[in-house]
Design a protein around this ligand. Sequence first.
Ligand SMILES: [Zn+2]
Length: 64
Amino acid sequence: MSNYTVEVPDGKERGIRIECDDHGESAEFQPGYRKVAFHCEGCGLEIEVDLHDLSEWRDLGELC
Ligand SMILES: [Zn+2]
């Protein structure tokens, strides 16, 4: 199993960047995706990353 690096830059625009450490394949996703799928040719694998916005969770809590 290869290692993957997932980067979520700070700031309001929460894009996400995923990189396969072993093969150097990387993909960038625009902000707004809840789930992104990254495919690495070298690994022959596709990984899915779920994004959970903590600020949204806080909003839900305030509704209770
Ligand atoms: Zn790979």
